[in-house]
Ligand binder design. Structure first.
Ligand code: ATP
Ligand code: GAR
Ligand code: MG
Length: 389
């Protein structure tokens, strides 16, 4: 493939809207190419703000505040990093000629479960769990009755499992209704999903630079309370399931369009593959690629944004284990013993300025040339020795 225009890094400015642990790695990768970075979030000293050239703390749900910071900095590329961003600001910025990654419409579709589910299931005809949308407790009772128990109940806008629950019987519905209000995004509408008894679930990192689409090796993962705790790569899958996964990922990412890396979440049962959701940005389960690939998901995202080639080397198998805080603190300190640092491990402490129970604070990555299982065992052992105040 030929790239005609040379990369002029000095003239490029990347603005992240959302500055957590994933954005932090994107900032580092962009800076490695000499690109100026601006990290925006709704709290001070967010992880990416600690490493970016410049940072802003604003109310990201406020249209004017988002637009003000964009107009003031005039970034070459705007990279949404969280779901809870004022979407109209992104549409307006795009109309003013700013380049939103992958594009404002894709961000709008993926930030809201109703939009992405209808796009995937109805417009693209992709296989998904059965689902209904509800806005009242009464409707929730009817929908769960239609779908059957257990069913999964989620706010239409939320992430990392916030506000999500599984109702095992009608008795659980009131609790699920109350719990949904904990969503950070929009809990005015809920999705009720059929519970898929999958054999395993994967994230298929799919990278498009609008000249080619590249798939990373599938990443297997374990979730607890709707949030990831362990991931590994590669996930051993049947050729049929892998081919179906890539086909679904290609359809959904082509449908969304634009440039960047996407995390396509899929449930696999035998050779059946169900589309679950997609992030138009690096994925938490994909942190494992920092140890398995010569170009991590963050490096690939930056390359895709810039329209650069997407080739890289797979080093072998690896795994990641998330470290979640055990308490609340305004001065969180993570204890990591010497034994965590081995020739086959990488430790990343995000530097979040405040901890609360269950907040992801760090990740341990482990490598094994041959076996994802052994890598996972190593990552679990390392994280088991972490502690926090
Ligand atoms: N319909 C379902 N059937 C079975 N399990 C499900 C279903 N929906 C969600 N889950 C489980 O809950 C996890 C989180 O769900 P989902 O990805 O929809 O939430 P999320 O809050 O958007 O998570 P994140 O932002 O971390 O990706 C899934 O990875 C899966 O393990
Ligand atoms: N599943 C999405 C995800 O992992 N997003 C990552 O978590 C950060 C928020 O963390 P916080 O909740 O600890 O502020 C986000 O900024 C992003 O980096
Ligand atoms: Mg998810």
């Amino acid at each position: 493939m030929k790239f005609t225009a040379p990369l002029k890094s000095d003239s490029i400015k990347i603005m992240l809207l959302g500055s957590g642990e994933l954005g932090k790695e994107v900032v580092i990768e962009a800076q490695r190419l000499g690109i100026e970075t601006i990290a925006v979030d709704s709290y001070n000293n967010a992880p990416a703000q600690l490493v970016a050239n410049k940072s802003y703390t604003i109310n990201m749900k406020n249209k004017n505040e988002v637009l003000d910071v964009i107009r003031r900095e005039k970034p070459t590329y705007i990279l949404p990093e969280v779901e809870a961003i004022n979407i109209q600001a992104l549409f307006d910025a795009e109309a003013e000629g700013f380049h939103v990654i992958p594009n404002a419409d894709a961000v709008n579709k993926t930030m809201n479960r109703k939009n992405i589910r209808e796009f995937a299931a109805v417009e693209l005809g992709l296989p998904t769990s059965k689902y209904e949308f509800v806005t009242t407790l009464e409707a929730l009772k009817d929908a769960s009755n239609n779908i059957g128990f257990p069913c999964v109940i989620k706010p239409v806008m939320s992430s990392s499992g916030h506000g999500q629950s599984i109702a095992k019987s009608p008795d659980d519905l009131e609790k699920s209704w109350e719990l949904a209000k904990e969503a950070r995004g929009d809990a005015s509408e809920l999705i009720v999903e059929e519970f898929i008894t999958f054999d395993y679930e994967i994230t298929l990192l799919t990278v498009r630079n609008e000249k080619e689409t590249v798939f990373c090796e599938p990443i297997g993962h374990i979730q607890q309370d709707g949030d990831y705790i362990f991931s590994w790569q590669p996930m051993n899958m049947s050729e049929v399931a892998k081919a179906k996964s890539q086909e679904i990922a290609k359809k959904i990412t082509d449908g969304l369009g634009g440039r960047g890396l996407f995390g396509v979440e899929l449930f696999v049962k035998g050779d059946d593959v169900y589309f679950s959701e997609v992030s138009p940005r690096p994925h938490d389960t994909g942190m494992v690629t920092m140890i398995t690939q010569s170009a991590s998901e963050f490096a690939l995202h930056v390359r895709a944004v810039l329209g650069l080639p997407l080739d890289y080397i797979d080093y072998g198998a690896g795994a990641s284990a998330a470290y979640k805080a055990s308490g609340d603190s305004f001065n969180p300190i993570i204890d990591i013993f010497d034994s965590s640092f081995t020739k086959e491990s990488i430790i990343r402490v995000f530097g979040k300025p405040q901890s609360h129970v269950g907040r992801r604070m760090a990740v341990a990555l482990a490598y094994d040339k041959e076996s994802s299982d052994i890598a996972l065992q190593k990552a679990k052992e390392i994280i088991g020795n972490f502690a926090d105040n």
